[in-house]
Ligand binder design. Structure first.
Ligand code: BGC
Length: 384
C-alpha cells in the first residue's frame, strides 16, 4: 500500500500538474490541469472540538464527487441523466452542522465493524470484548463514535485513473471497545467513464474484527424526487442471511426464491415491499453475493426509469446490505431544505455479513497483525 501511494504520488506530479492544496480560500478557485477534470480542496467548517474539516471536489468527465474528511463521507455525487443533465444522486446535508447532528450515516465510511454485533460482545483469542451499545441491545456501525464520526487525514494521490483522495485514520487500541491499533485508509477515485472507485485497506497490531463499507443513500432521480420505490433493482444474490427481531442474523443462509427478496431479475423495489414484516418495514437485508473476492464482481444494478440513470455496483465483498431507507421518517431536512421521508433513498452497502463474529459459517472478519485488509467497491453510472 505504501509503495502504491508513493508511486501514485510520483505519477500525480507528471499527469496532474500542481494544484494548490494550500489555503482554503485559494483552493476554492483551483482546479486540475485537465480541461474536464480536477480536484479542489475547500473548507467545510469545524468540528465541535475546533478541528477544521476539508471538502474535496473530484471531477472527471461528466462526474463530480464531493468527499469530506469528517467520517470520510461522500456528500454529493453528480452524474448526468438520459438527457445529459447532471444531477446529485445521494442524500446529504447542506453543511457540516447537518452531518454533526441527527445523521443516519449519510454517505459515511462505516467502521470498525459495519452493521450489528449481537449484544455488543465477542470473544477473540480467548479474551472477551464489550463494545458500546448504540442500538437497543446491539452495537451498530462501529459504536457511539464509529469511523463515520471521526476526522480522517487527507492526501491527494491523483493519478492516470483520475482525481483521487486517500483518507487515513488511526483507530486506537480500545477505541469503542475494539482491540488493537487499526490503521485504516479509504481512497476515492473518480474515473472518466462515470465510475467512482472506493479502495479500503487496514492493518492492525492485534487481532480485531474489521468490516468497512460506505453508507451512501442513493436516489437516482435526485434526493428531492420522492421515494426510490419505482427504481428497479437486480442483485447478484441467490441467498440471504435471515435475521431476528433485532436484525441479528440467525446464522441460516436461505434462498431468496419465492420471497420478496428475489432480485435475481430486475424488479421494481416497491412491487413486494409491503409483504415484508417488521417495524418500520422495508428492505434491510444482507444478500450473499455470487462472487468476486479477487477482482470486483457485479453485485447490483439499479435503474431509475424517470431519469434513465443506471448504477452498477461491483465489489470484492461477499455481501451487500440492501437497506431501503426505512428509518427515514420525515423528521430530517436535507440539502436544499428537502424533507427526507421513508424510502427516499436506498443503500447498497458492500460488506461482510452482519454479526460475523458470532457465526463460524460466515466469511471471517478477523484481521490479524500479519494480514492487510482490502476491499474495493465500484459504483459505475450510465443511462438508458
Ligand atoms: C442498517 C440499518 C440501519 C441503517 C442506519 C443500515 O446499514 O442495515 O438497519 O438502520 O444502516 O442508518
Amino acid at each position: 500500500m505504501q509503495l502504491r501511494s508513493t508511486f501514485m504520488g510520483v505519477l500525480a506530479s507528471f499527469f496532474w500538474a500542481p494544484w494548490s492544496l494550500g489555503a482554503a480560500a485559494e483552493a476554492q478557485t483551483s482546479g486540475g490541469s485537465k480541461a474536464d477534470g480536477g480536484l479542489q480542496k475547500m473548507d467545510f467548517g469545524k468540528t465541535p472540538e475546533g478541528m477544521p474539516v476539508e471538502l474535496y471536489v473530484l471531477k472527471n468527465g461528466r462526474m463530480t464527487v464531493k468527499v469530506m474528511t469528517y467520517g470520510a463521507t461522500i456528500t454529493e455525487l453528480h452524474v448526468p441523466d438520459r438527457r445529459g443533465t447532471p444531477g446529485d444522486v445521494v442524500l446529504g446535508f447542506d453543511n457540516l452542522e447537518g452531518y454533526l447532528g441527527n445523521n443516519p450515516y449519510f454517505g459515511a465510511t462505516i467502521g470498525r465493524v459495519a452493521n450489528r454485533i449481537a449484544g455488543g460482545k465477542f470473544t477473540l483469542e480467548g479474551k472477551g470484548y464489550a463494545l458500546a451499545l448504540n442500538q437497543g441491545p446491539n452495537s451498530l456501525h462501529g459504536g457511539r463514535k464509529g469511523f463515520d464520526k471521526v476526522l480522517w487525514k487527507a492526501e491527494e494521490i491523483s493519478g492516470p485513473d483520475g482525481p483521487a483522495v486517500k483518507l487515513t485514520y488511526l483507530s486506537r487500541d480500545g477505541e469503542e471497545g475494539y482491540p488493537g491499533h487499526l490503521s485504516a485508509s479509504v481512497t476515492f477515485t473518480v474515473k472518466d467513464d462515470d465510475e467512482l472507485r472506493i479502495d479500503d485497506t487496514a492493518t492492525t497490531d492485534k487481532a480485531t474484527p474489521v468490516n468497512l463499507t460506505n453508507h451512501s443513500y442513493f436516489n437516482l432521480a435526485g434526493p428531492a424526487s420522492g421515494t426510490i420505490l419505482d427504481h428497479e433493482l437486480m442483485l447478484a444474490a441467490d441467498t440471504y442471511t435471515p435475521v431476528d427481531d433485532t436484525l441479528i442474523p440467525t446464522g441460516e443462509i436461505a434462498s431468496v426464491r419465492e420471497t420478496p427478496l428475489d432480485f435475481t431479475t430486475p424488479t421494481r423495489i416497491g412491487a413486494r415491499i409491503d409483504q415484508l414484516k417488521g417495524d418500520p418495514g422495508g428492505y434491510d437485508h444482507n444478500f450473499v453475493l455470487r462472487g468476486g473476492e479477487e477482482s470486483p464482481a457485479l453485485a447490483a444494478r439499479l435503474y431509475d426509469p424517470k431519469s434513465g440513470r443506471v448504477m452498477e455496483v461491483f465489489t470484492t465483498e461477499p455481501g451487500v446490505q440492501f437497506y431501503s431507507g426505512n428509518f427515514l421518517d420525515g423528521t430530517l431536512k436535507g440539502r436544499g431544505g428537502v424533507v427526507y421521508r421513508k424510502h427516499q433513498g436506498l443503500c447498497l452497502e458492500a460488506q461482510h455479513f452482519p454479526d460475523s463474529v458470532h457465526h463460524a459459517n460466515f466469511p471471517s472478519i478477523i484481521l490479524r497483525p500479519s494480514m492487510t485488509y482490502t476491499q474495493t467497491t465500484i459504483y459505475r453510472f450510465s443511462t438508458r
